[in-house]
Each structure stands twice: as C-alpha cells, then as structure tokens.
Unconditional design. Sequence first.
Length: 308
Amino acid sequence: MFFVALILVPTRELAFQTSQVCKELSKYLNVEVMVTTGGTSLKDDIMRLYQPVHILVGTPGRVLDLANKGVCKLTGCSMLVMDEADKLLSPESLPSIIQVMSYLPESRQVLLFSATFPVTVKSFKDKYLQKPYIINLMDELTLKGITQYYAFVEERQKVHCLNTLFSKLQINQSIIFCNSVNRVELLAKKITELGYSCFYIHAKMVQSHRNKVFHDFRNGACRNLVCSDVFTRGIDIQAVNVVINFDFPKNSETYLHRVGRSGRFGHLGLAVNLITYEDRVNFYNIERELGTEIKPIPADIDRAIYCQ
C-alpha cells in the first residue's frame, strides 16, 4: 500500500483526534484515512493496509513496526507531517523518526508543527530540511485569552485549596495536572470522595480504557479530568475553560502546553497554579522564559474572564 501523506503525532489520543479531523475533510476530497497506534491490534492494522489508504495518521513506534514488516510501504509517500514536533524530535523519539524517514523518498516534503521551538527542532531542521520556510505565529497566539493565577500553599493544603476552587469557580470542564501517575490516581480518588464527578487518565492505563475515558470526557460525561502530561499535546476540547496545575510543571514548555488546554477555538480560559515553596525557582523561570505574568489569585474571580 502506498500513501500520499504520513502524519506522525506523539500520543495515541492525539492520533485518534487528528484522524477524525482528516476523515471529516476526506469526505470532500475522495481520500481514505487510516489511524494506527500502539496498544491496538497489529493484525487488524495489517489487514486494513490491504485496502486503499491515502493518509496514514499514527504514532512513530507503530508506523515503524509496520514499515519494518514491509506492510506499510512509504516509498511513494510525498509528504511527512509532524504535529507536536518538539515532542517527536526529543531524544527518546528521534531515533524512531529517523528510521521512519529512511523509508520515505528523497523528494518528500516535511512539515513540522509545534508551539515551541527548542534546539532539537532547530537541529533537525538544519540537518534534514532543504531551504525550509519558517512561519511563526506565536507572538499572536501564546497564552492569548488565558488568565493565569497562582495560589501559594503547603503541600498538605492542596486538596483543601482545590475543593475551594471547585466551590467558587464556574467550571464547564476542567483538566487537573499532576506530575506522576500515582498522584493522578490518588487525587482522582480524593476528588471523588469530596463529592465531585471525576475521571482520570495516564500513560500506564490499558489503551482501551484510555480511549473510553478520552471519548467520554470529550462528550461531556464528566466535568473534571485528572491527568499526567500524556494529555498536554494538542488535545482540543472546546468545553474546557479551567486548567489547574495541582503539581506545578518543571519547565516552560510543559507549562505552555498544559495551560493551552483551556482557551481553545478562541474561547477564554483560566489557569490556576498551586505553588509550594519548592516550586519557587521553576515558577520564576517559567514567567521569565514565557514573558508572562502569573498573578496571585484574588478572593473573587470575575467569571467574564473565563466564561462565555
């Protein structure tokens, strides 16, 4: 099977979301779209590849596996798209990307999309892209429409602070970030005990369960979602108007992607960060690197800044 375009993304959830967009567009273009990711049946994917497929959306590991087996023929693929390129070109993923590219023709067109432009992306661009165009929209888009606050707390006060936020904020849907899988599950249990509806999702869950949680949350079955950073990349859920960093991130790129889960599609959003004494250096660095100001949380938050 020969493809016209290959779209690589870093996470399974983003692969399914991207494929749905492609399938909607394909109704008007007479092209066939297929999605392939780890955690799903390899046999089913191989069988599907015996049918016409013009656009393949997938995660690098699964695409490489299919290419190595000779069932995913990329020699005629004229376009490679990498969404969330900074993540795909990180040291842990780059070897797979290079191997996938070895199956593509020399004349392929490569498109990189990313909200951040770290050294890894620049190095890849300089080595593998010929006379590339760079289009930078970040001066206009970075954190636009998102109001950012912080609450300075002790670790043991975090759950109480979160409970207060739930009672005071008008939440359509919220995403709450933790820095580890264990803390995701523990916090989800605490939120449920407080009497609020809550799902959780992280990378160590069985893929079928992850798919169900993602689908149900996207369809509004639950108001709050606790997650690890598996959910920071490119996930567009229009109803999310509040993001809470229960655990403050370690770097500005992670902060940018987390906070960007609210304020999608031109909507307004609110980001609340629970900051401990140990977070103070990261907090200062992230403000400086992003050129943004995270203000102390006021006693009352105007709903007009995050509700529409």
